[in-house]
Design a protein around this ligand. Structure first.
Ligand code: SAM
Length: 249
């Protein structure tokens, strides 16, 4: 399979130019040379076959040979609100969220959360998208306070994927689940149901009683994930995997 490269600029014509870290990787790690085939994506949902035509000091020029729409997104938006832990664990969460198809990640500011946000998270999204074949980038938005997050609906936090729902004729049937050890276990039928979904995962120290009560008052369902206390990343990816991995016929 040709290597996948991400173009930050939208690809419109028959030529593309890569610069920055993508060009650096092609030039200095993969030793790109004219004639090399790559697959390009620009985050718009399209995928392009391309051939390297010129390698300059810090840029790579390519000719587009074919373009196609390739949809590897979930059938409905899935938004993960999460009080991110520190360090490398963030990278793991972002990477696996991209792989599993999360449409948008919202870092959450809660009573006990670490400092949220950071530019490097977007780089993790690009790297994971290159690896897993996604042609749209999972969005990471500015950190949101718990109280604002509780008022969110899929139109306000669903990102580009929610645009499809903005003018939906039917009333929007999205669901909102907050994971907490005292919650009820979701049924197999509920997990299998394909619906726009917001999921919330608390910080290492847990959500406070007041935060859980506020969630219930705002209409969120509190879901439990079993008898054991899971770390943030296990809870997040365990629940996201249950909601996203399709069952066979
Ligand atoms: N002592 C904390 C508590 O009781 O909430 C543990 C927090 S846990 C490390 C981090 C987050 O993962 C929690 O806020 C919750 O969202 C989720 N989580 C962990 N284990 C869970 C479980 N068994 N059921 C539901 N959610 C869980």
């Amino acid at each position: 399979m040709p290597r996948r490269c991400y173009s930050e600029s939208p690809i419109d014509g028959d030529l593309a130019t890569l610069d920055g870290s993508e060009a650096h990787h092609l030039l200095h790690v993969l030793r790109a040379a004219p004639g090399m085939s790559v697959t390009l994506f620009d985050g718009s949902g399209r995928e392009f076959d391309a051939e390297v035509t010129a390698c300059k000091r810090s840029t790579v020029e390519l000719a587009i040979t074919e373009r196609r729409e390739v949809d590897r997104e979930l059938p409905h938006p899935l938004v993960l609100g999460i009080a991110l832990p520190k360090g490398d664990r963030q990278r793991w969460i972002v990477e696996k969220s991209v792989e599993l198809g999360v449409s948008r990640l919202v870092p959450l500011i809660t009573e006990r959360s670490e400092k949220q946000g950071g530019d490097k998270l977007v780089r993790y999204v690009v790297e994971a998208s290159k690896q897993c074949g996604r042609n749209r980038l999972m969005e990471i938005v500015e950190p949101m306070r718990w109280s604002d997050w509780l008022d969110a609906d899929i139109r306000s936090v669903g990102g580009v994927f929610a645009a499809d729902f903005a003018h939906h004729a039917e009333p929007l049937r999205f669901r909102r689940w907050v994971a907490h050890p005292t919650g009820h276990r979701p049924t197999a039928a509920a997990l299998a149901e394909q619906r726009p979904t917001l999921v919330a995962i608390g910080p290492e120290g847990g959500l406070s009683d007041a935060e859980v009560e506020a969630a219930v008052a705002a209409g969120w369902d509190v879901v439990g994930l079993g008898e054991r206390i899971l770390r943030i990343e296990t809870a997040a990816l365990g629940l996201v995997a249950c909601l996203t991995i399709p069952s066979g016929a």
